[in-house]
Write a protein that binds this ligand. Sequence first.
Ligand SMILES: Nc1ncnc2c1ncn2[C@@H]1O[C@H](COP(=O)(O)OP(=O)(O)OP(=O)(O)O)[C@@H](O)[C@H]1O
Ligand SMILES: [Mg+2]
Length: 362
Amino acid sequence: MPIRHLRISGVRNLQPLVFDPHPNVNFIYGDNGSGKTSILESIALMASGKSFRTSQLKHVMSHEHDRIEMRVGIEDPDRGDCEMESLRLRGGDHLLKLNGSILTSQAEAAHWLPVQIIEPNTFKLLSGSPEERRAFIDWGVFHVEQSFMEQWKTFRKHLKQRNAVLKQKQAEWLDVWNSGFIEGAEAIDTQRQAYLARFKPEFIRILNELDPAISVTLAYYPGWEKDSQLADILERQQERDMVLGYTQSGPHRAELRIKCDKQPAAEILSRGQQKTVVAALKIAQGSLFQQESGRQTIYLVDDLASELDEKHRFALCKLLEELKCQVFITSIDKEKLTDVWKPISSKVFHVEHGDLKQVDNE
Ligand SMILES: Nc1ncnc2c1ncn2[C@@H]1O[C@H](COP(=O)(O)OP(=O)(O)OP(=O)(O)O)[C@@H](O)[C@H]1O
Ligand SMILES: [Mg+2]
């Protein structure tokens, strides 16, 4: 489901942009500060409602504008062509539309625009908080299992209620919330485990193609002791939960441990190696998504050359080409992009002072 048409205005230094990306590879090059990352950031914002650069969306809006307007035309093999529009005002209001009808949830936009991001900070997927790795697993489950989002919402309601009861020290009410909490927790855990069982071999295969010398293991921890029943754990931890005012165990505490020689990979691997592992995680996720849904992920690869040498850049690009999906890939130099990779079908764009122009593909 490539983006066929893109309109962006009001984002950082970008001039109002209108362009038709290539359904496969789009190279975007330009000097520091020209606006390359801002273009990828706009696409990510449309898809996920979030920026990969800042948690405060007010920084994404151009200083000179009071609104961000975006429009994407998407070609979808199952659902036909569609147009998504997003309007964000400085006060924080947001309007999202699909084919003219208002969308009430960002999740629906994410379904239409499944986006994977590989950028200089992505190594944080290894070194950052468990929440990032949970979000990573859940992306995979969410995009394949339609029911997952609803399951999460129901579980969160139970968790919230249970925590409220703990805070108010109303032990007699815990039983009321425990059964729904446990049922929801186990359903989420089952979906995550099933996903990871399918994901791991694909990840190992992709990592081996990117760099056979790197060996890492993935170990999933559901958020409670593996060999115990969650009901028993909740009972055992009840007193402590009551003191803390929150639930210590459950899928909201799950973790994907990524290890190298039994140590956390983030402590052992070099930055370039970490970036390679993260790229393997993201490409494996897109590849599995494609195999299971018949749909494709859009890859946003920012600053390809940072921390990756030529050999690794080539291996990464080759894998992206094999996926035959749409890729937006940026670099400061045109040569750093096109020296290692000459895909058959691509467009090259140059960004200067926030303006984007298609250039000769030579
Ligand atoms: N809210 C804003 N309004 C206007 N301009 C902004 C805003 N936020 C950032 N900028 C400017 O936007 C420009 C584009 O930044 P961007 O990060 O997209 O550049 P880049 O091409 O990715 O650069 P680099 O090669 O250094 O990564 C920068 O010059 C920055 O100072
Ligand atoms: Mg940049």
